[in-house]
Design a protein around this ligand. Structure first.
Ligand code: SF4
Length: 392
C-alpha cells in the first residue's frame, strides 16, 4: 500500500480518480494509476482526523448528515491536511487528469466528484446504472455496457493512449484472479475457529480496492490465502475456541476498529463475515467479454440490489458461515450502506430465527457513535445468544 501511494508521488503517470466500485480495470488499461477518494476517506476515518475536517465541508454548505467520506475528503482538501503527508510525505491525494464515478453505490459520489472536477478544472465522466435491482437483466447489462463504452473517448483524451481491447482484457483477467483469491480468503472464515475476522478483512481488503487489475493484488492474495489455509489445516484461529459467530452488516466504524475487535475477542466472539468486505467479490468478470461482464459485475453488487435480493443474500451467508447473530451498523451518514432501516433485521429474524442487533454509529464521524452504549449493547447481545445455545 505504501508503494502504491508513493508510486503516485513523482507525477510521471497520468492519474484517474475512480469510485470504489467504479470501472477501475478500464481506467488501468489506459495506463492510468488509479486513486480512490473513498480509500482516502477511510484513511481519514481510521486516523481519527475526520472530525477536524468535516466542519470545513459544513462551512461550504455540505450537511453534517451527508456522507462523511465526502465531507472528510473535501474538508481534507480545504484544510490541506491528510495522513498521506505524515506517512508518505505527500502534499495530498494525487492530482487527477480524469475523474470517473459510478452511481451504482450512491448519488453522493456524483456530487463529491463533480465538486472536485469544478475545483481542479478536470474532466468528469459518470456511469449511472439502474438502481436497487431485484434481478440484473440482459437489458440492464447492455445499457451499462454502452455507458462503459462511452467513457472510452474521455479516457483516450486524458491518457493520451488509444483504447486497446487486449490491455482491457488483460487487466480484467488480473482483476478477476485477484477477486477470486479475495473471495477464497474471506471464505476461509467458514472454518471454526476462523483464521480471519471481519476486522482483519477491513485491513487486508486494501489491495482489492485500490490495486485490482494488477499483478501486485493477485500476488498479495495468493500469499495470504496460502497462510490462512495452513492455519485452517492446523486449527489455528484468531480465537482458540469460538463461543459465538457473528455477521457484521454495513460500514466499518473506521476510527474504532481496534476497540471493537478487542471487545469481541474478550467475549470469545468471532465476527466472521460481512457485507462490506464481500463488496469486492466480483464473480461475473470475464475477459472474453470485458464490457458486458464489467457491467454485470459492477451492477449486481449488493448495495445496488433490492431489499428482497439483499435479504436473500444475507440469509444465504448466515447459513454458509454458520452465523449465530447479525450486527447491523446504522451508519448515520450513509443510508446506502445501512440495511437496517426498512425492517430487514426483523424480517431476517422471522425467516431464520437468528437474532439481530442494530448499533448506531458512522464510518468516519465519531460524533454519531457512543462507545459506552454500543459496547453494552453488544455484550448484552452476545450474552443473550450464548444463553439460548444448547451446550455441546
Ligand atoms: S456508499 Fe455511503 S459511504 Fe460510500 S460514498 Fe456513498 S454515501 Fe458515502
Amino acid at each position: 500500500m505504501g508503494n502504491y501511494f508513493l508510486g503516485m508521488k513523482d507525477g510521471s503517470r497520468k492519474i484517474a480518480w475512480c469510485t470504489s466500485v467504479g470501472p477501475a480495470e478500464l481506467l488501468r488499461s489506459f495506463g492510468f494509476e488509479v486513486h480512490f477518494p473513498e480509500n482516502h476517506g477511510a484513511l481519514l476515518g481510521t486516523s481519527r482526523t475526520a472530525g477536524e475536517l468535516i466542519p470545513e465541508s459544513t462551512k461550504i454548505g455540505y450537511s453534517d448528515d451527508m456522507c462523511s467520506y465526502l465531507t472528510a475528503d473535501i474538508g481534507s482538501y480545504l484544510k490541506k491536511q491528510t495522513p498521506l503527508s505524515e506517512h508518505y510525505g505527500l502534499p495530498g491525494p494525487p492530482k487527477p487528469d480524469l475523474i470517473v464515478y459510478s452511481t451504482n453505490q450512491c448519488r453522493e459520489v456524483q456530487d463529491w466528484f463533480t465538486w472536485f472536477g469544478r475545483k481542479l478544472g478536470v474532466p468528469v465522466a459518470g456511469i449511472h446504472p439502474p438502481r436497487h435491482l431485484d434481478e440484473v437483466s440482459p437489458e440492464v447489462i447492455q445499457d451499462v455496457a454502452t455507458q462503459y463504452k462511452k467513457l472510452v473517448p474521455a479516457c483516450e483524451k486524458a491518457s493520451g493512449h488509444k483504447f486497446d481491447i487486449d490491455k482491457f482484457r488483460e487487466t480484467l483477467r488480473l482483476s478477476k484472479e485477484a477477486t477470486e483469491l479475495w473471495k477464497k480468503v474471506l471464505w476461509t472464515a467458514k472454518a471454526s475457529p476462523a483464521p480471519l475476522s471481519f476486522f482483519d478483512g477491513t485491513i487486508h481488503m486494501g489491495p482489492i480496492v485500490v490495486l485490482r487489475g494488477t499483478q501486485i493484488a493477485k500476488d498479495y492474495y495468493g500469499g495470504l490465502l496460502a497462510e490462512l489455509e495452513t492455519n485452517v489445516k492446523n486449527g489455528a484461529g484468531f480465537l482458540e475456541k469460538e463461543q459465538c459467530r457473528l455477521y457484521w452488516d454495513g460500514m466499518p466504524i473506521w476510527g474504532k476498529l481496534r476497540s471493537l475487535s478487542e471487545l469481541f475477542i474478550q467475549n470469545k466472539t468471532a465476527v466472521v463475515a460481512s457485507t462490506y468486505c464481500n463488496s469486492w467479490v466480483f464473480d461475473a468478470f470475464d475477459e472474453g467479454n470485458p464490457f458486458e461482464s464489467s457491467a454485470q459485475a459492477y451492477t449486481e453488487i449488493f448495495i445496488n440490489r433490492s431489499e428482497k435480493a439483499k435479504q436473500a443474500k444475507l440469509v444465504e451467508l448466515v447459513k454458509d458461515f454458520n452465523i449465530d447473530g447479525i450486527i447491523f451498523h446504522d451508519a448515520k451518514t450513509c443510508a446506502n450502506n445501512s440495511n437496517n432501516r426498512f425492517g430487514m433485521p426483523q424480517r431476517i429474524t422471522e425467516t431464520t430465527g437468528i437474532p439481530c442487533l442494530v448499533i448506531e454509529g458512522d464510518l468516519c464521524d465519531l460524533r454519531f457513535y457512543s462507545e459506552g452504549q454500543s459496547m453494552t449493547k453488544i455484550e448484552t447481545f452476545i450474552e443473550q445468544i450464548e444463553s439460548t445455545k444448547v451446550p455441546a
